[in-house]
Design a binder for this molecule. Sequence first.
Ligand SMILES: O=P(O)(O)OC[C@@H](O)[C@H]1O[C@@H](OP(=O)(O)O)[C@@H](O)[C@@H](O)[C@@H]1O
Ligand SMILES: [Mg+2]
Ligand SMILES: [Zn+2]
Length: 187
Amino acid sequence: MPIYPQQLVILDRDGVINQDSDAYIKSLDEWIPYPDSIDAIARLSQSGYIVAIATNQSGIARGYYDEAVLTEMHARLTTLVETAGGSIAHIAYCPHGPDDNCTCRKPLPGLLHDIQRVLGLSSLSGSWMVGDSLRDLQAGHACGCRLVLVKTGKGAQTAQKDLGLNDALICTNLKDFADKLLAGRLG
Ligand SMILES: O=P(O)(O)OC[C@@H](O)[C@H]1O[C@@H](OP(=O)(O)O)[C@@H](O)[C@@H](O)[C@@H]1O
Ligand SMILES: [Mg+2]
Ligand SMILES: [Zn+2]
């Protein structure tokens, strides 16, 4: 079954799906999903949307945790979503630090291109990118995504800035985004 770009919802992780911390999310115990985020992802999946995740994880390069711990977090996330009746199509992460000159650290679009490749899409134009930081929106903008800033995590601070991306929609949280999208209120 072909996937259309408009069906794809790309989510930032920390500050959108789960609580964020300026001290990084360094262990499975620190990975705490927001109360309604798992259900929001499941409802999007059940309604025919394809959900993927694009997350910077510089804590790995900084030595705060390793890829095994990250895999545990993502196994927990996937299990919770599947138990709620949904699915996550792909989790793309950047393990690099700011000085590693990689091509995948947001605001660069490398993680989104990875998702595009894995899902066999020719374009991400019209896909949704939901984040709490400007760099999430910048990565989405580079791919022609429709941009949504949620006010959880760093989102309230981000909303105070001049985003320079005047087409970004603002939602209270991931639940609010899912509610509005599924109600046909986001166009
Ligand atoms: O929001 P996503 O992309 O899912 O993940 C963000 C995290 O990897 C961490 O990203 C760091 O930014 P630096 O990588 O140090 O610039 C800081 O903002 C941390 O507070 C945050 O937990
Ligand atoms: Mg974030
Ligand atoms: Zn990278």
